[in-house]
Design a protein around this ligand. Structure first.
Ligand SMILES: [Zn+2]
Length: 348
């Protein structure tokens, strides 16, 4: 491939024909949900998915960990190496960091929209943050975390960074008006409560006022249903934010983006993710790129940047840490790489 600086010593290596690429970055996933692979029927958007997930019977903690490791191992064997992972289980990030298959950042997501639930979760999060110095506290979304959780996250931020699901649900922006599917979803699960901070405000104004968009690094997962004016506001006020596309997961949920051009022409940095195995078949960014190319949404040059150098820059991954993967026998195109039988890591 024609980009990047090859690893030192590369010129003295004798290799068969193949493709050498720097490691790929999965900028949005929830590895702890790997046990949900193939269990959801999908097709009905994010709120029905959440309800479906609540009905699943989880396996033991040991089995959850085994399935997570096997998902990581599979993605590593295709060149995916670094993750921005979001977890609700406080014990999971430590387990991931101990694994040889995981490199990355761990966001700890604090969920709860009603005041009662938020108070419980905030009390628990305070304790958890003391026990694990590497956890980066974050909110789930404007509807998944209340104003009091946002205040807690602002006060306990680490790394001056945040990862938020934003405009992932089709009628999310109508929540402050107490209308639409997101509002009905919160009512159905018994979590809706009117918060004065949010009531009748445009969603982005609310997030700005809560300080949720005042971070050095802002990962906005999805933006599927962000309107043109919302993309303009994000571009104007937080041009340094990143937008994380998880195409296969969006398709699984039956979500159709209409704003491709507005987002691709905006100053937001495009990054790639898979989301969890509840909605994606694997954690591989190579496979994610293949799907996006099949749909012809984004050029392959831009996708490679999003999977590698733009992600290293955005996530501040030092180049000396980045391994290179050799796809033996492959030609420099995604399907040939995907079909390569022998893929291995070249070390300095
Ligand atoms: Zn997600």
């Amino acid at each position: 491939m024609g980009f990047g600086k090859p690893p030192s010593g590369f010129s003295s290596l004798v290799l068969e024909e193949g493709v050498l690429v720097p490691a790929m970055v999965n900028s949005h996933t929830h590895i702890e949900l790997s046990w949900m692979k193939g269990l959801l029927k999908g097709g009905h958007g994010v709120h029905d998915m959440a309800k479906e997930m609540r009905g699943l019977q989880p396996p033991s903690a040991a089995e959850k960990r085994r399935l997570a490791l096997s998902a990581l191992k599979e993605a590593r064997s295709q060149g995916t190496w670094f993750y921005t992972d979001t977890s609700n289980d406080p014990d999971f990030p430590g387990f991931l960091r101990d694994s040889v298959y995981f490199e990355g950042k761990n966001y700890f997501e604090i969920l709860g929209f009603s005041s009662e639930r938020s108070a419980e979760r905030i009390a628990a999060a305070g304790k958890i943050m003391k026990e694990d110095n590497f956890l980066l506290p974050t909110i789930h979304s404007p509807y998944g975390s209340s104003p009091s959780i946002m205040k807690f996250v602002r006060e306990h931020e680490r790394d001056n960074s945040i990862s938020i699901h934003l405009f992932e649900a089709s009628e999310e922006s109508m929540l402050p008006m107490e209308r639409g599917r997101t509002y009905r979803f919160l009512q159905e699960i018994g979590q809706y409560e009117r918060h004065d901070e949010m009531f009748q405000k445009p969603l982005l104004d609310y997030l700005f006022e809560q300080g949720m968009l005042s971070f050095k690094k802002i990962l906005l997962a999805h933006l599927t249903y962000a309107g043109v004016s919302e993309i303009e506001l994000l571009s104007k006020h937080i041009p340094h934010a990143a937008w994380v596309l998880t195409q296969r997961s969006n398709e699984f949920l039956g979500q159709n983006r209409k704003n491709w051009n507005e987002l691709l022409n905006s100053p937001l940095t495009l990054l790639l993710g898979t989301d969890s195995l509840a909605t994606a078949p694997d954690l591989s960014i190579l496979n994610e790129m293949l799907r996006i190319r099949e749909r012809d949404f984004i050029s392959k040059e831009r996708l490679w940047k999003a999977a590698t150098y733009d992600a290293y820059n955005y996530l501040e991954i030092h180049p000396s840490r980045i391994p290179w993967f050799f796809f033996a026998g492959a030609k420099p195109d995604l399907s040939s790489m995907e079909a390569a039988e022998k893929i291995f890591v070249l070390r300095d």
